[in-house]
Design a protein around this ligand. Structure first.
Ligand code: 0X9
Ligand code: ZN
Length: 415
């Protein structure tokens, strides 16, 4: 565990060269960033019954929060009161997931403004941490475990933030990659991957020790620092990176199934895939890790809806290793349930959801040859949680169950 020395400041810092640039872009005349607001908007789970209803919801929605779904079925849409009234008038069934998404974001922001400086790992994971705090945490983790943990710079974001992996290794020849924070608003995925890195480095259980005899971990908690900064300071519900101000959905920018279903060629779409595969420095950074290291297993953490997905995402036909993926996903879900009783559904994405072309997981499997999973963390969908705004008391339990899943995967690939 991390000792008593301070491990992070709770102010955010920017790479010095970029500060003037960002100030021009973000700072309003009043001197504070102009925040994107969602007054009067709710997140609504709509049970669409046919393609026309789905098209209507997509048309009405300011954002879609759920995974890509087929042309009918449940979809979580961000809607205002007039749009909700229209659904009601047409008799389309719906349930309110988050009644006031602005109020939820405001409450979180007020709480974060008075968060305490973390003097220990326990304090660090008691609250969400901004881009600078995550950056500092990674440095301090390596400093505190000089023989076990190191920092690997994989690339640089568009706005100049380093994209870094924590390497946890005693020379174990089987390489496992974990990452979080491809999607800016999915803050829990950043905290969970940082927390797993901390646990692997600092918990000397016989089980972890046995795994580290054979496996090395490469953990990138924050793939998309620019988007994350934007989510903290400007738009809580921002998803993409910050390319050109419109952004690219990084999880549509990989080369397997690029351009396919469940992605868009329109810049303003939340699933905009970018100009070409690997057009973004953030996805290039991930590619570098997989090229430099022979990765045997991989988990891409997201939120929310409590799912464990395995390839393919881009198409319905099963891959050669479907049975093995399904068996491991089953073990991971059981390990999660045994930790705090949470249920995570498992399946190939198109079986339980819908195709999404250009995802990291398909590429890690299809090109990288790794067993690969996309894990959607807490809360579950459709049960009135806060969506992307997960209470901070759930960071540690979500880390506990995610670590349990990762250890199952690690034991499988090192067996
Ligand atoms: O859409 C995504 O990139 C992932 N879901 S999220 O809500 N975190 O954005 C899931 C990708 C794989 N899912 C499907 N193929 N449906
Ligand atoms: Zn995501």
């Amino acid at each position: 565990m991390i000792g008593a020395a301070p491990i992070a400041r709770h102010t955010w810092r920017l790479p010095r060269v970029l500060l003037p640039l960002l100030l021009c872009a973000l700072i309003a005349p009043s001197g504070s960033p102009e925040r994107v607001r969602y007054d009067g908007y709710a997140a609504v789970l709509v049970e669409t019954r046919d393609a026309a209803e789905m098209a209507l919801v997509r048309d009405l929605a300011r954002q879609i929060w759920s995974d890509p779904v087929p042309d009918r079925g449940p979809v979580v849409a961000v809607l205002g009161a007039p749009e909700i009234a229209l659904l009601a008038a047409r008799g389309i069934p719906y349930r309110i997931e988050v009644a006031d998404i602005q109020a939820v974001a405001d409450a979180e922001r007020a709480r974060l403004a008075s968060r305490v400086h973390a003097a220990s790992a326990a304090e660090f994971f008691a609250e969400y941490r901004d881009v600078q705090e995550i950056h500092d945490f990674v440095d301090q983790l390596a400093e505190r475990h000089p023989y076990l943990a190191g920092v690997r710079r994989l690339g640089t974001s568009i706005d100049g933030w380093p994209i870094r992996a924590v390497e946890i290794s005693r020379g174990g020849p089987i390489h496992i990659a974990l990452n979080g924070g491809q999607h800016a608003r999915e803050w829990i995925s950043v905290m969970v991957t940082a927390c797993i890195a901390d646990r692997l480095a600092s918990e000397s259980t016989a089980r972890i020790s046995r795994i580290l005899d054979r496996a090395s971990f490469f953990i990138t908690p924050l793939v998309n620092p620019d988007g994350y900064l934007h989510s903290w300071n400007v738009d809580r519900y921002w998803r993409k990176n910050r390319r050109g101000g419109h952004g690219v959905d990084l999880n549509r920018n990989y080369s397997v199934g690029f351009g396919g279903r469940g992605s868009s060629g329109r810049r303003r779409s939340d699933i905009y895939r970018g100009e070409h595969a690997f057009s973004e420095p953030e996805t290039q950074a991930m590619r570098r890790l997989f090229v430099d290291e022979d990765i045997a297993a991989h988990v891409d953490f997201h939120s929310y809806s409590q799912l464990i997905l395995y390839p393919w995402s881009y198409q319905g036909a099963p891959p050669p290793d479907r049975a093995e993926h399904a068996a491991v996903a089953d073990k991971m879900a059981s390990a999660i349930a045994a930790t705090h009783g949470e249920r995570y559904r498992i399946g190939a994405a198109p079986e339980i959801l819908y195709a999404a072309g250009g995802t990291m997981s398909d590429w890690a499997y299809g090109e990288g040859g790794a067993m690969s999973f996309t894990v959607e963390l807490r809360p579950p969908m459709g049960r009135g949680g806060g969506g992307f705004v997960l209470p901070p008391e759930q960071i540690v339990p979500t880390c506990d169950e995610s670590l349990a899943a990762v250890l199952e995967l690690a034991e499988w690939v090192t067996r």
